[in-house]
Design a protein around this ligand. Structure first.
Ligand SMILES: Cc1cc2nc3c(=O)[nH]c(=O)nc-3n(C[C@H](O)[C@H](O)[C@H](O)COP(=O)(O)O)c2cc1C
Length: 239
């Protein structure tokens, strides 16, 4: 019974899951031959009420119980948000600079200052970090959004993103990679640790020099894909 209603391909399954439960149930009802449709008794259908799953799989135990429950896994960036977006600058052994956008980023320690971010090994930034264990964290303001997106959609392997985005490389004081002149906060860092976790590598850096032009500005808060948040306002909490 269940197999008759089952979508024919993974693509069809994902399309079905992306529909509201009522439409998905209707889609199931409409599939199969006329006789199958006429004789089919609908199974109870439940699904997680979240938007756009990106991967879904049938659970054997529940299928045995004839319950069409589909556990759905969501991109972690759609679960943990918003995240501060930064521009990380690096350079290769010959000193050729690169700049890329990162939002899997976090502070680790007040004193001394440590920061961490997560980089996929396909990134040119990753190769640069392996070659020259230094980087600069540059915090862009919201008005730099288009430039930041260029840094997050093109690779330094193919283009000079400083030129393409119209950003100004400024020599750093203690590390080889340059800073981004347009960013009000720039932290020069030395890599202390790089370790693989799943599909990304965690990079921990010790801040060796800091440049702060402004303390209050509108940062870019990343959601997922091409969507960002703007800071809505400041709330001082009193207990
Ligand atoms: C807002 C934003 C945030 C991003 N965050 C990350 C991230 O945390 N880790 C990562 O590996 N890639 C991230 N990316 C993707 C890289 O910026 C993108 O692949 C870029 O082209 C890499 O450049 P590179 O090859 O010059 O290093 C992000 C992209 C955008 C637009």
């Amino acid at each position: 019974m269940l197999l008759v209603a089952w979508p024919k391909s993974l693509k069809a399954l994902i399309t079905m899951l992306n529909q509201p439960a009522s439409r998905a149930a209707a889609a199931m009802k409409e599939s199969g031959t006329a006789t199958e449709r006429a004789t089919r008794k609908m199974q109870p259908f439940t699904r997680t009420p979240y938007p756009t799953p990106y991967f879904a799989f049938p659970c054997k135990k529940l299928l045995k119980e004839k319950r069409v429950v589909l556990p759905v896994s969501h991109r972690i960036s759609r679960l943990l948000y918003p995240r501060l977006t930064v521009l990380i600058t690096t350079c290769d052994g010959s000193g050729k600079p690169n700049v890329a956008a990162f939002s899997f980023f976090m502070p680790i320690s007040f004193d001394p200052k440590y920061v961490a971010f997560s980089v996929a090994p396909q990134r040119h930034t990753f190769s640069n970090l392996r070659e020259v264990g230094e980087f600069v964290v540059n915090v862009p303001t919201f008005d730099l959004l288009q430039k930041v997106w260029i840094c997050g959609r093109y690779s330094g392997r193919d283009v000079d993103k400083f030129k393409l985005a119209g950003l100004t490389p400024v020599p750093s004081v203690k590390v080889k990679p340059p800073r981004v002149g347009e960013c009000p906060v720039q932290l020069e860092c030395v890599v202390e640790l790089m370790r693989e976790f799943g599909d990304h590598w965690l990079v921990v850096g010790r801040v060796v020099a800091e440049h702060v032009e402004m303390l209050e500005f509108d940062p870019i808060l990343h959601y997922s894909g091409d969507r960002v948040f703007k800071v809505g306002g400041i709330v001082d909490v009193k207990l």
